[in-house]
Structure formats: C-alpha cells, structure tokens
Design a protein around this ligand. Structure first.
Ligand code: ACO
Length: 460
C-alpha cells in the first residue's frame, strides 16, 4: 500500500476484497409454501424468494463472522498484521457488552497485532453501512496509519412463525478497505435519511425474533428510498453539476428484505425520475408514464395501478441494472446487515472483468427504526487489483449450489431448538457439523459463565 502525506486524503479509498459466507443448509420456498399451507406462489412469486438459508444451533453471529473473516484473509493472503481497523455491523445480539469484534480478535492473536480500532454498530439492517462509513472515515483521517480496515456485516434473520418467517435468511460479508482500491467509494456523494418509527425492532432481549409491522416497514423502506435518492441527486448536482437519473448508473443495488420489494424499489426510482424529467423527455422515453408526472410520492406507496405501470415500464431497467444483484437475496434470503453487500457480491459475479471496468454502482442501504443511505461505487477502469478482487469471488456460485436442502419440518424443528436454547448456559449444541464446508467455524460449547468456545472444521 502506498503511504500518503498526512496533509492529503488518500486516493481511491474503497474495496480491495470482499468475501461472503452463508450457512450450508436451506429450505426450499415452494416446499415451505406447502408446509405453511399458504397459496402456491406466495413466497416464490409474491415475495420473489427461492431458497432460505438458516443456521442450526452450531452457528451464531460470532461463528459466522469468524468464518467470513478467516476466509477473506486466507483467500487474499492478507496478513493479520496488515489490519488497523476492524468493525462489525450486526443486529444479532448475543451479548449486550462484549462486541463481536473482540471475539474476532482471536484470529489476530498469532500475529501479535492488537493495535486495532473499531467495535460493533447496531441499527437493524444498517449497521454494516455505518461500519463502512466509519472505516472509510478512519482511512481518510489523521489517525490512519497506512493499514487496511475490515468491515464485517452479518446476521441471522429469523422470524416467529407467520407471515414474516419466509423473509428470513442468514449470512455474513467481510470487506477489505484501503487506499488505491479497484472498487472506489465516490467521495462526497452520500445521502441519508433517518426517522423515529417502530416498523421493525427487537425489544425482547430474550428472543431472537423481532416485532414487525410488515406494511409499515415497506412504506418506511420506500419513503427512505425516495428521500435518499432525492438528496443524492441534489448533492450530485451541487458537487459535480450532474443530473442524476437511473441512466447515471450501470448497477443499482438495494438492501433486499425480499426480492419483490427490490423490483418495486427500482420501479420507485423510475417514478422519481418521471417527476424530474421534462415532459418532452418523458414523451420520448416513457410516454406511458406522462400521467404520473404530478404524483405525490407520499400518497403513492400502495397505489396498485401506479405500481403496475411502473413495474411494466421499468422491466428493462430492472433486468439490466438490478436483477443480477439479487442472486444471494433470492437464494439465501434476507441477511439483514449483509444483504446489500451480498447484493454487491452478486452484481460483481454476474459480469466479466472487462464489462465491469468503469461501472458506476448505486447502493441503497436500509435499516428499520430507521436509518438509510444511498452511496455509490465506481469500478476502476485501470486498477490491476480488480482481477484479484474478482478471483476471490470465483467460487461463490459453486458454494451456493453445493448447499444442502432441508425439509421444512426439519427447518421448523431447528427453529424450535434455537428458540429453546437461545442464551442457554451451560449448553452443548446438538446440530450436526457434517454438512459444513471445511474452514467453517462452529460453536462447540457455552460454559456456565456464558463463555463461548468455537472450533474450525478442517478436512477429514
Ligand atoms: N401467488 C403470487 N403472489 C401472491 C400469492 C400467490 N399465491 N399470494 C400472495 N401473493 C402476493 C401478494 O399479492 C403480495 O404482493 P404485493 O406485495 O405486490 O402486494 C405478496 O405476495 C405478499 O403477500 P401479502 O399477503 O402481502 O404478505 P403478508 O402480508 O402475509 O407478508 C410481508 C408480507 C409484510 C413482507 C411479511 O413477510 C413481513 O412482515 N416480512 C418482514 C418485514 C420486511 O421484510 N419488511 C421490509 C423492509 S424492513 C426489513 O428489511 C426487515
């Protein structure tokens, strides 16, 4: 890494490497529809979900993060002494005091490197983005000492039985950040929206399950999207004299609670464009949408006719800019903080290196409660480090396809075990480790002082 003078910002701060880990077991959403006795198509077509990854009692947030960080370091041959900051974004809380970051410090012991800033950040699905922004700030600050930062976003998304259960999932993403990166965070272009709402929250500290007002959460998500997009466009105009529309981006990646909401969100951005495009431009590009020009955004969240029109007119935009980013979301489900970064991984693996070069990717991160941000990456047109980043992701599709399907009744039993043993101490997990991939960390035991011991599965 190049050393920078203290008086200037390092250039091209962004992502050098990215790693995703998802549990090895999943339940098929078609089978879950039958098991839950809902109408065929509700989860697969209505929500747009194919498979839902889940963890047995052998995995918790610590083990997911241990696995993803160790895999990142090994795959990219990064020494633990090269890291100066480590932050975790998660809403899967096992301990009200001790951070997941400190658990991850076990991985650093052998290197002797304990001079590492950062702890955990929590706000529903947004903590990973807060961690990303914090780490980028460190890289651009007087405290930066030339080393990399790692951001980990991970969660186990589980819901009580009922309407929300099929929108669960689990996984973790680790991101290596530094200067002179091949995936560059656009400086100065960042817009947020924050408000006080009870759309999804976890007041019961004894339970893994959230309280959720499904309809309100959708409205909050869409309204935060409108607000972030408008603020992002305003900043782009001020900073770069640039008018933002969907045409400004090659890829648009969203936090994905379920894939159908993402498709509707892309359509929603088109509605925002319709409002700012001139009537002449609209007549040429979207004549069907001229009548929507005067739409009041705040009255339109559940307007079925408007939604149908927008979905039809944004179909091609969705296919070209967003659909590819939904592979992990469709195959694993909501990974909460990791969801939007799983979207980035999915987008990156969908294109050849040459196709990706120069791409501009818009990211929308949403966390209930609520906190949301829109920001963007540019894929370097020239960096020789892009190949290494992409090579690191070459096994993702294969790993997704190697997972083991579990019967919905066994999935339900596993959820019961998690419910009954959550926070239990002492406890020895009962889940099998046979299906786990080599290199996966798992919970070995919890002692009577609630101290957790982990092992790493190694080849037989
Ligand atoms: N075939 C095709 N589509 C169907 C079928 C069928 N047989 N049955 C229902 N559908 C459609 C519905 O029409 C509906 O479509 P729409 O969204 O276009 O209206 C969709 O499937 C979902 O059906 P609903 O009856 O609306 O579902 P329900 O209210 O039971 O639950 C919800 C959906 C609210 C998303 C629930 O799963 C939930 O609460 N999830 C967690 C909250 C969430 O993810 N919120 C999003 C942002 S916050 C976050 O990230 C956690």
């Amino acid at each position: 890494m190049t050393s920078e003078t203290k008086s200037s910002w390092p250039n091209n701060v962004g992502i050098h490497a990215i790693e995703i880990y998802v549990p090895q077991r999943y339940v098929d959403q078609t089978e879950l529809e039958t098991f839950d006795e809902v109408s065929a198509g509700k989860y697969t077509i209505g929500l747009g979900q194919a498979k839902m990854g889940f963890c047995t009692d052998r995995e918790d947030i610590n083990s997911l993060c241990l696995t993803v960080v160790q895999n990142l370091m090994e795959r990219h041959k990064i020494g633990y002494d090269q890291i100066g900051r480590l932050e975790v974004g998660t809403e899967t809380i096992l301990d009200k005091s001790k951070s997941v970051k400190t658990v991850l410090m076990q991985l650093f012991e052998q290197s002797g490197n304990s001079d590492i800033e950062g702890v955990d950040t929590t706000n529903a699905c947004y903590g990973g983005t807060a961690a990303l922004f914090n780490s980028v700030s460190w890289l651009e600050s007087s405290a930066w000492d030339g080393r990399y930062a790692i951001v980990v976003a991970g969660d186990i998304a589980v819901y009580a039985t009922g309407a929300a259960r099929p929108t669960g999932g689990a996984g973790a993403v680790a991101i290596l950040l530094g200067a002179d990166a091949p995936l560059i965070l656009e400086r100065g272009l960042r817009a947020s929206h924050s408000a006080h709402v009870y759309d999804f929250y976890k007041p019961d500290l004894e339970s893994e399950y959230p309280r959720v007002d499904g309809k309100l959460s959708i409205q909050c998500y869409l309204s935060a999207l409108d607000k972030c997009y408008q603020a992002f466009a305003k900043k782009a105009l001020r900073i770069n004299s640039e008018r933002i529309t969907l045409e400004s981006f090659d890829g648009v990646v969203f936090h994905s609670p379920y894939c159908k909401l993402v498709q509707k969100s892309l359509a929603r951005l088109l509605l925002n464009d319709v409002i700012i495009l001139s009537s002449d431009e609209l007549s040429k590009r979207y004549p069907d949408l001229l009548s929507l020009k005067e739409t009041k955004l705040e009255n339109s969240y559940f307007d079925r006719d408007l939604e149908t029109k927008l979905l039809a007119n944004s179909k091609q935009l969705f296919e070209s800019k967003t659909k590819a980013s939904l592979v992990a979301a469709n195959q694993v489900g909501n990974m909460y903080t990791a969801s939007v970064y799983g979207g980035l991984v999915s987008y990156l693996i969908s294109r050849q290196e040459q196709e990706l070069r120069g791409n501009r990717i818009c990211m929308f991160s949403y966390g209930s409660g609520l906190q949301a941000s829109m920001f963007s990456f540019r894929v370097s047109g020239t960096s020789d480090k892009l190949s290494a980043l992409l090579n690191g992701l070459s096994g993702v599709s294969e790993r997704l396809n190697s997972r083991v399907k579990v019967d919905p009744s066994d999935f339900a039993k596993t959820m019961m075990v998690r419910e009954e043993t959550h926070h239990k101490a002492p406890y020895v997990p009962v889940g099998s480790i046979d299906d786990m991939l080599n290199g996966t960390y798992y919970l070995e035991s919890v002692d009577d002082m609630h101290r957790r011991q982990y092992c790493r599965k190694v080849s037989k």
